[in-house]
Design a protein around this ligand. Structure first.
Ligand SMILES: Nc1ncnc2c1ncn2[C@@H]1O[C@H](COP(=O)(O)OP(=O)(O)OP(=O)(O)O)[C@@H](O)[C@H]1O
Length: 245
């Protein structure tokens, strides 16, 4: 069983022209052991920052994050060997000219034999219905195709923990369903931020983040309800009314 521990973590960043740092995440502690964990919350609430702590892309200003016994600051290489991270924007992740080359690049460390590597890449691309696009420039793919490719390239190396930062933003209904089924069938622990509340409802545990604080931690249905309630109270109805008057 995987274990991701956040111990008294907070994240602050310096702000140009100000002596006062901005707090992205306020002091929190968490132990994540469930297989499917969703992180939901408003734009700018701190979801990506929370996910990025898991593979050391963001370092805690205070406290520590430990993934399967490895501290994300001191043992960042080992952590990244464990944690596959899929970015919201696939172009910030895909580095090779074509999907086939990108997946093969991911596999270069784990499969030394090039024939075996090519075969494995084909299997992975096929699993996501991307084989017919394998040799097309990644810039010629649609946004959704790129998002699936980014997921395929990360899953190819079989990480122990999969972190998905809003993985369905560009997907159509069919591919969203493919993502949903893929996530449901994975052996890996999955931690996913999403604005797709149907996806969130599939999770074993949901965290609701609001203004850098975890304001709910519990079951999916209750978490989604809490988030909906937060959104309802935050709607700028009065201000819209002012404009239209
Ligand atoms: N390096 C940084 N320097 C300054 N501010 C930052 C930095 N990184 C993130 N932020 C700010 O921290 C807040 C949280 O950002 P984060 O990307 O974690 O939000 P999010 O919940 O993932 O949002 P979204 O749903 O829009 O993707 C935002 O206000 C963002 O502008």
């Amino acid at each position: 069983m995987n274990s991701i521990s956040f111990s008294r973590v907070s994240v602050h960043v310096a702000v140009d022209g100000s002596d006062i740092p901005k707090t992205l995440l306020h002091d929190f502690s968490l132990e994540l052991t469930e297989r499917r964990i969703g992180v939901i919350g408003a734009n700018g609430s701190g979801k990506s920052t929370l996910l990025r702590l898991i593979n050391g892309l963001v370092e805690p200003t205070q406290g520590s994050v430990v993934v399967n016994g490895n501290n994300t600051v001191d043992a960042v290489r080992r952590v990244r060997g464990n944690v596959g991270f899929v970015f919201t924007d696939p172009l910030s992740q895909l580095v090779m000219p074509t999907g086939r080359e990108d997946v093969e690049l991911s596999l270069r460390r784990s499969i030394k034999n090039s024939t075996k590597r090519a075969a494995r890449a084909e299997t992975v691309l096929d699993r996501f219905g991307l084989l017919h696009l394998a040799d097309q420039s990644i810039y010629e793919l649609s946004g959704g195709e790129r998002q699936l490719l980014a997921l395929a390239a990360v899953l190819a190396v079989d990480p122990t923990v999969l972190v998905l930062d809003e993985p369905s933003t560009l997907l159509d209904l069919r591919n969203r369903e493919l993502l949903r089924r893929t996530v449901a069938g994975l052996d890996q622990q999955v931690i996913m931020s999403t604005h797709d509340l149907d996806l969130a409802l599939d999770m074993d545990r949901v965290l609701v983040v609001e203004s850098g604080r975890i304001v709910f931690d519990g079951g999916a249905a209750e978490g989604v309800a809490r988030y909906r309630a937060l959104c309802a109270t935050a709607l700028p109805g009065a201000r819209l009314g002012d404009v239209s008057r």
